[in-house]
Design a protein around this ligand. Structure first.
Ligand code: SF4
Ligand code: SF4
Length: 83
């Protein structure tokens, strides 16, 4: 499952640089996550790095993008140009 940023985001900027997949970007009003790139940090870290740094805990799992671990690993390989 990809993660998503809710409208509680305070645009503090700390999540964007910690994402290993460059999935976080500044949207029109708040930061957003590209569900096509977010792997829940699978393959890089044990925990979603954006969740661990967000000071207002506004980055839940995105129920619109349900994926298995195998699907997340396949996405990681696509991100890295290996598939
Ligand atoms: Fe990036 Fe990991 Fe957060 Fe997904 S969970 S947006 S891959 S830091
Ligand atoms: Fe928004 Fe949280 Fe990212 Fe800060 S860390 S920009 S509050 S989502």
């Amino acid at each position: 499952m990809a993660l998503m940023i809710t409208d509680e985001c305070i645009n503090c900027d700390v999540c964007e640089p910690v994402c290993p997949n460059d999935a976080i970007f500044q949207g029109p009003e708040i930061y957003e996550i590209d569900a096509g790139l977010c792997t829940e940090c699978v393959g890089h870290f044990d925990e979603p790095q954006c969740q661990t740094v967000c000071p207002v805990s506004c980055i839940p799992l995105d129920p619109r993008h349900v994926e298995t671990k195998d699907q997340l690993l396949a996405k990681l390989q696509r991100n890295q140009g290996q598939a």
